[in-house]
Design a protein around this ligand. Structure first.
Ligand code: 5GP
Ligand code: ZN
Length: 119
């Protein structure tokens, strides 16, 4: 069985969710990724999808991790019944994008018509 602490850092809030030290409303988990509901949802379906290994943002990540995490997000969207209506995957990176947690995360947003361009 995979060690859920491997590759995590002590004080990162999303690593703590990976290690199940703080509660999260989990939607799906694998050895590589965890999907859980955002505390402050911006759409009827708003899930955060993170790699289980700590990396700050997409610019720092191994392409294989990015690929697996996006593919996992698409699996979650399918599980939530979003394939027909569609959905958005977005990863905020750095201050101009408003990144507030420095552990790579993909926002999965769906369940309503989403505006474009984003704010
Ligand atoms: P960012 O602004 O970095 O792109 O997204 C961070 C997201 O994490 C925000 O949408 C925020 O609501 C969510 N968030 C922050 N802390 C927690 C937490 O402890 N649990 C959960 N489920 N979501 C969190
Ligand atoms: Zn982390």
């Amino acid at each position: 069985m995979a060690d859920s602490a491997a590759g995590t850092v002590p004080d990162c809030i999303f690593c703590r969710i990976v290690r199940r030290e703080i509660p999260a409303n989990e939607v799906k988990r694998s050895s590589d990724a965890v999907a859980f509901r955002d505390l402050n949802p911006q759409a009827p379906q708003h899930v955060l999808v993170i790699p289980t290994t700590h990396v700050a943002a997409v610019r720092d990540a191994d392409p294989a991790v990015v690929s697996r995490t996006f593919a996992f997000a698409a699996d979650v969207a399918r599980d939530l019944g979003l394939d027909a209506g569609g959905y958005r995957l977005v990863t905020n990176t750095g201050p101009d994008a408003g990144q507030s947690v420095d552990h790579l995360h993909i926002h999965l947003l769906g369940g309503r018509r989403l505006g474009w361009p984003p704010g």
